[in-house]
Design a protein around this ligand. Sequence first.
Ligand code: ADP
Ligand code: 3PG
Ligand code: MG
Length: 407
Amino acid sequence: MSFFKRTIRSVPIDNKTVLIRADYNVPQSKTGAISDDLRIRASLPTIEYLLEHHCKVVIMSHLGRPEGREEKYSLKPVAKRLSDLLDRKVIFVDDCIGDKVVQAVKKAPTNSVILLENLRYYTEEEANDTAFAENIAKSTGARYFVQDGFGVVHRAHASTEAITHFIPSVSGLLLEREYVTITGAMEKPQRPLIAVMGGAKISDKITVIERFVGIADKIIIGGAMSNTFLKYKGHHMGNSKVEDGQEKVLDSIYLAAHKKLDTSIDDFIILPDDVAVASQISEAATRKNVKLGNLDEKDIALDIGDASIDRMVEEIATAKTVIWNGTLGYAELPEFAHGSARLALSLAAQAETTSIIGGGDTADFVLKWDGKGGESFTHVSTGGGASLELMAGKKLPGIESLLDAPR
Ligand code: ADP
Ligand code: 3PG
Ligand code: MG
């Protein structure tokens, strides 16, 4: 599948000053250390391409949701990590507009990399403010704008939308890869396609589930999401996390599934037959397998059960494409990460199966699980909300605003 937007490969970018929007909104520990640098590593191919083409590279991003200029949201530690990964100097400017930026860009020689301070220190960023975007464009003097912050393209902000009114705007290599991989697997998958959905809530993911009912060969449901499905089917779920008010949504999901199927619906939307429970959510809690129908009042279902894990692994073995969104249990606690870990292991072992992993918590989980920075899978998306919206088939403002690919 090809990309419908122009990319850095299709414009005469050599020797230009180029402004990249990256998504360096990386998780940090309490002490400010970067706890996962996937988003920084994923930005390297575009930066390296531009350096090979003798560009002056200026990068902007947000970090967190600061209220004003809060030091703990500074991008300075990201500049350090980026410099280590690129193995070259990264000039950090502690503002994203104004004279400091003008001077830094002017002084920097060709093939420099400059990182600007957090865009969200200005409320104008999230307000998609035109004057602010124009100020960024003028301060950096960029000849091209490159959107490569896939994780933030579902937002219409000054650095994702308004900026494109001032500078010719094209896609970076990460955005292109994310779009082509995810959309390709949704629209033209190698079959069988199995969707695995889990996580906290149905309501966060309705449109994605509905889309999978239309396109997937099977859907495996786990996580707290499966508690809600199971309760809807009449099972007693004890003290488990269940989302109220989802009956109508589930009625329409099952109706749509019925219409498409000639086989049993329970072989299409696959729910757990057993769950792993505890009476409290804590490090001390141990895993107890319980068959559906046998849950006590105090039982909290925190993972899919061992028999359900075995069934899932058998199903996954038949898939040529697997798209996974949402952990299958309370994976922050190792006792309740068995379902997610076995799924990760199956995908890592099935090299011939295309495996696409989306969702902030799910990506965090597989990256921690994987010793190879996510390389055990075909694609670990750098987008949380953005990957969900793309899977749902929505148009994303940060992509729509770019120049169309030449026909
Ligand atoms: P993603 O960010 O990958 O889209 P979600 O945010 O939807 O995923 O879901 C991840 C969250 O769901 C995690 O915090 C996890 O603890 C929670 N979760 C998963 N299964 C359960 C469960 N059985 N009970 C309570 N919480 C759960
Ligand atoms: C993300 O981490 O999902 C993106 O960086 C967007 O951040 P936001 O949800 O604060 O807009
Ligand atoms: Mg999440």
